[in-house]
Write a protein that binds this ligand. Sequence first.
Ligand code: NAD
Length: 505
Amino acid sequence: MASHPGSAEDRRNDVLERHRETADAVVPERTSLYIGGEFVESAGGETFATTDPTTNQELASVARGREADIDRAVDAAWEAFETEWSGSSPGDRQRVLLEIADAIEDNADELARLETLDNGKPITEARIDVNSAAEQFRYFAGIVRENGGETMTEGSRYGQVISEPYGVVAQVIPWNFPLLMASWKLAPALAAGNCTVLKPAEQTPLSALRLAELLDGIVPDGVVNVVTGFGEEAGDPLTRHPDVRKVAFTGSTAVGKQVMTNAAENVTDVTLELGGKSPVVVFSDVDVPNAVQLITAAIFYNTGECCEAGSRLFVHEDVADDVLDGLVDAIAGMEIGDPLREETDLGPKVSTAQVDRTLEYLEAAQDAGGRFLTGGDRPDDEVLSEGCYVEPTLIEGLEHDHTAVQEEIFGPVLEVFRWSDYETMMELANDVDYGLAGGVITDDITQANRAARDIEAGYIWINSYHDLVPGLPFGGYKQSGIGRELSADTLDHYRQTKTINLSLG
Ligand code: NAD
């Protein structure tokens, strides 16, 4: 890991100063609930702190929504639906979505810095999130007019099959891509003609609140409502609310199961984007430097806090030593530090709770005979001591059924397995409860195609990783979820089918 001039204290003060100045410039003034087009206090007047994981300083005090606030927000959403939004045409909604995209782009620099402060992701990656968020709105603006329906005639019978919005939907999102996940949820819901209540993650509420400020004046009052708060206090009543007609959730599989149970109380439609433990399969013909670069990005992008992270590496034994040496070198050259600096490759994790969780997995892995090829702890750098940092880590020697291999660590941790027999390797690659994504690295198109088909997952990259293109559906097999985002399928998840059977005889 790169070394720097200057005393540790000077460099720590630099970081604090940079974060204080940035917070003064970009933390939104209004951090209360956004309901019915107004920023309002929570019914109980309670708040909670959101902190900067780089410095562990408080960034803002945010309204702590609970059931009474969820009730208010759902009522406001229905009122907006009944009085205005249900009468909007696809063209009206297209214009709104394009205006939102423009507003995000016009405020891109500020939004990226805010996201880096609240989440800890490197600023270079936060910019990608912001651009992709705007792209979401543009993509759904592009397909919103595709609402043709079907007709059928049979004798004197004339049948029409049309799609209608649900009315009010509930959307709950995680902390790893706060603005991007808000956009993945809001854009298709609005395009399909729904009103929504969005609950951001308690760790990272600020970019959704800033987005609400930007939406104010573009989207009619009450069409989008944002209720900040904790999962059990706000997410739970939202996802079991009897007046919510559809629940869309992104987060962990454990909470996803609870959300599905909540939705079942009212037989509410539900889509889930959940966790992953995705395999990256490396064949013997690879160009080693290229493979190293792809594997590094697959696991360490966003500090490993990606649902689709390539967190299990299956490397062919013929190239294993070279690939692993290359990975150790690549990690040694990574810049770990202040995510506001352009040079930073790896920032802090989102919270101390997430650091503790990752370290518990590392300890368990070591106890079970896992060897750290590099990493395995917090970085030994005084400048980073206040922040939520974990070293990028490679582990070899674990049994595939160990919890560190089976469960989602959601940190910068890659477990390595060497293989020689394809069938045995593929059996292990599929031997997890998850099935979100997978990566295949080879120049042999036949091998690539075979592996892509054999991996049990909803999204496979061949010779790339993480690049998600609107129009190509994203979502999980097995316990990684139900439904698809980023595509025309998503619009259908936000609409219900009505058949009109007209007898003319
Ligand atoms: P989490 O499940 O703890 O929380 C996600 C959201 O659910 C938060 O807003 C939280 O407040 C809320 N929540 C918590 N308990 C709830 C309850 N009982 N009822 C309703 N809502 C509740 O997940 P996290 O730790 O914030 O995020 C990390 C997880 O998200 C990882 O497992 C990751 O793989 C997953 N994720 C998946 C995708 C995807 O597209 N598949 C994308 C991003 C993140």
